[in-house]
Design a protein around this ligand. Structure first.
Ligand code: ADP
Ligand code: MG
Length: 280
């Protein structure tokens, strides 16, 4: 087998976007305001549009406080308030989900969208074993007996790279390292067999070597399972490494959106330019 050399060794190793795929998630015109002391309001997210295609990894990047988490939380119905959170469209596959009530959104988060947050140990209950929490999560959304939930948990643990999964079921969260706990959270997010995974700074709290392993895991889920992933990060290095497309957020607005290779080659917004200049 003759391996063809890459065109130039300086080219960033980024997969092309997936422009032919249908939209897995589409957000249009999302705006979020928060009430302030004294009765005023401050707008923290302004007319945000996002498009995530099936099997694509979209990075939402921006400095701390730019509105990334609020965007994700609002999109997922975790922040909602009539008048303060508005969108003209939030569509999952072909289904409009903006305006659904809390209960319906909870079902969607349990069945069709997996969510992973920054601090895995804060997302787990310290008083129950990890196996117990996984089984409960599975049984909440799937009509299966505990025995089956347990088998599924072992399966999922294997899939996300937790060694000796069967032995880990009776461990408590504190017995897991940060990286292993984040794998547990990803397993939990995958337990509903989601169409879309939303991961908000999933590697920010982890050591650099562990960061890389978790990113590899996400890329594997995209490539092997065709999972559509919205990855929130403040780190443009992460975008370069794993992103198909990138949306740059600045002061509550999306200031740039496109395939990673294109945006990196020709950033149009001064903020993106600045971010690129800051990559070592
Ligand atoms: P990021 O995730 O990009 O770091 P966030 O989405 O968490 O930023 O925050 C965006 C802005 O909204 C920040 O200015 C933050 O202070 C503000 N904010 C976040 N949560 C609240 C809240 N519950 N009440 C008021 N302001 C908030
Ligand atoms: Mg955040």
């Amino acid at each position: 087998v003759v391996r063809r050399a890459r065109a130039t060794s300086l080219e960033p190793e980024v997969p092309a976007g997936k422009p032919d795929q249908p939209l897995a998630l589409e957000v249009r015109d999302l705006s979020v305001s928060f009430p302030q002391v004294g009765g005023q309001r401050v707008q923290v997210v302004q007319n945000v549009d996002l498009r995530l295609r099936r099997g694509e990894l979209l990075c939402l990047v921006g400095e701390s406080g730019s509105g990334k988490s609020v965007t994700a939380m609002s999109m997922l119905g975790l922040v909602s308030h009539p008048g303060l959170v508005t969108a003209s469209r939030i569509r999952l596959d072909d289904e409009e989900i903006s305006g659904l009530d809390f209960k319906a959104m909870r079902a969607i988060r349990g069945n069709r969208i997996g969510v992973v947050f920054q601090d895995p140990l804060a997302s787990l209950n310290p008083t129950f074993t990890v196996g117990n929490q996984m089984c409960e999560a599975i049984m909440e959304h799937r009509d299966v007996p505990r025995r089956e939930a347990r088998a599924l948990t072992i399966d999922l643990f294997e899939r996300v790279g937790i060694p000796n999964p069967e032995q880990r079921l009776d461990d408590y969260p504190f017995q897991f390292s940060g990286g292993m706990a984040q794998r547990v959270m990803i397993a939990m997010a995958l337990s509903c067999d989601p169409e879309v995974l939303v991961a908000d700074e999933p590697t920010t709290a982890l050591d650099v070597t562990v960061q890389k392993q978790i990113l590899d895991l996400l890329v594997g889920l995209r490539d092997e399972r065709g999972l559509s992933i919205l990855l929130i990060t403040h780190d443009l290095g992460v975008v370069a490494e794993v992103g198909d497309t990138v949306a740059t957020m600045y002061a509550g607005q999306i200031v740039e959106f496109g395939p990673v290779a294109e945006v990196f080659a020709q950033p149009r917004h001064p903020y993106t330019q600045g971010l690129l200049d800051s990559i070592p």
